[in-house]
Design a protein around this ligand. Sequence first.
Ligand SMILES: [Cu+2]
Length: 148
Amino acid sequence: MLGTLAGLGLATAAAAHGYTAGDIAIGHPWSRAAPAGITGAGFMTLRNTGSAPDRLVSARAEIARTVEMHTNVQEGAVMRMRPVESIEIAPGQEVKLAPGGLHLMLVGLKQPLTKGARVPLTLVFQRAGEITVELSVEAAGAAGEHHH
Ligand SMILES: [Cu+2]
């Protein structure tokens, strides 16, 4: 039993990567393979382990002209993306940036996002400050793909 649990723990540690900035834990930042010139996406989980609210106020990446924060909203039968000013992370809460919901947009890719690559992305939090994480680039999947 102990051996099985230890094995699972190792497997999880190898597959996922995470970062900590102050009270904010950033879990498995990832992106999808995409060619240069278009817009890529950034996904991750943001968990606030502290007792004060924090917010992601901006992000930037060398690989993109600009990085925007978006949410997906339902308008009748259509899902539309809408820019948001910031993403709030309440104390003790976890916010998921995932396909179909909140996400980062890497606008104007200067280079392709290649599967298997690690792409530096700097996140700026109101309280926790700046941290540079690496987006792990996964396959270009159809599920949750969105268009500009
Ligand atoms: Cu978007």
